[in-house]
Design a protein around this ligand. Structure first.
Ligand SMILES: Nc1nc2c(ncn2[C@@H]2O[C@H](COP(=O)(O)OP(=O)(O)OP(=O)(O)O)[C@@H](O)[C@H]2O)c(=O)[nH]1
Ligand SMILES: [Mg+2]
Length: 292
């Protein structure tokens, strides 16, 4: 499924009915508020959006005017875009997140994506916690023809990261993509482990990881903000990957996170194969949400 088609026919049909002729202004605004909340946009953001639209609702061509105000306000919520990973540089990208959010799949997809862009990519399977954690990424590596540094189950993830950093530094790779074990943001000891991984990386290569991205399941809803805050505290995340966007009508999570955390969304995942990864564009996303 193409990224721009993800939300087609979901939110915008409701939007069309909202400002139909004959509706009262109060009715339309109350319903807009409800629809935005149902799309999983957080209450403060919804209030801000409806306030902006409130000035315009009612009257003949109100619909178009409202949509344009909504578009402008939604776009304003996103932080200014930044290009991740200087193509000429030698970089480390680490993926973190709660259990099952889509890290391993995203690591494989991203490795594939950047390899297609001409980068020489190395993968590190630093999930030694789950029995299948390292195997899963190794299988991806075989399928994609990308080397993977792994470790035995129960091994110290720090040692996997250390080994991968050595290969990356010594070898022909310019991008190291590190997959980490899933962890609940409330588990302090596991969060400390992440802090340790970051320290190991920075010690070997100051300034790295250049990117640490939180992989979020797109259907997470408001808990995403809590996750983002904790992972930022322990691993200094500076970007987001939104996985499983194909399984949800609730793209609103993206809006809430963007507004709340001021974190750029770099990629979205829309399926289980390496092709199901899209570079995120706030413009395309908002157009898709509004259906125009
Ligand atoms: N439909 C869909 N499924 C996805 C997507 N990304 C991942 N999945 C599936 O979601 C499940 C979990 O994905 P993983 O990549 O293993 O998640 P993880 O974060 O590595 O999980 P842990 O390592 O256990 O924390 C798998 O069955 C994936 O195939 C996506 O964008 N769309
Ligand atoms: Mg995993």
């Amino acid at each position: 499924m193409a990224f721009k088609d993800l939300f087609r026919g979901k939110f915008q049909d409701k939007l069309a009915a909202l400002f139909a002729p004959g509706r009262s202004r109060e009715e339309a605004l109350a319903e807009l508020e409800e629809q935005l909340l149902l799309a999983d946009i957080s209450l403060p953001v919804v209030e801000r959006l409806t306030r902006a639209v409130a000035g315009k609702a009612g009257g003949g061509d109100a619909m178009e005017a409202c949509v344009e105000i909504l578009r402008r306000e939604l776009l304003n919520l996103f932080p200014a875009p930044r290009r991740p990973l200087d193509p000429a540089g030698k970089n480390v990208l680490m993926l973190v997140g709660v259990n099952g959010s889509g890290k391993t799949t995203s690591a494989a997809k991203l490795a594939h994506y950047f390899r297609e862009q001409g980068r020489r990519v190395l993968l590190a399977a630093a999930d030694t916690f789950r029995a299948a954690g390292s195997t899963q990424l190794s299988l991806w590596g075989e399928k994609l023809g990308i080397p993977v540094v792994g470790g035995e189950r129960g091994a110290d993830p720090g040692s996997v990261v250390f080994n991968a950093m050595q290969s990356w530094r010594a070898g022909d790779h310019d991008l190291l993509v590190i997959d980490t074990a899933g962890r609940m943001q409330s588990k302090e000891n596991l969060m400390r482990e992440l802090e340790k991984l970051t320290r190991i990386i920075a010690k070997i290569a100051p300034g790295q990881p250049a990117e640490t991205w939180l992989v979020l399941d797109a259907s997470t809803g408001q808990n995403a903000l809590v996750q983002a805050e904790k992972f930022r505290e322990f691993s200094g995340i500076n970007g987001l990957v939104l996985a499983k966007l194909d399984g949800t009508a609730k793209g609103g999570t993206i809006v809430s996170i963007a507004a709340g955390m001021k974190l750029p969304v770099f990629f979205v995942g829309t399926g289980e194969t390496q092709a199901d990864l899209w570079e995120f564009s706030a413009n395309e996303f908002v157009s898709s949400l509004l259906g125009r």
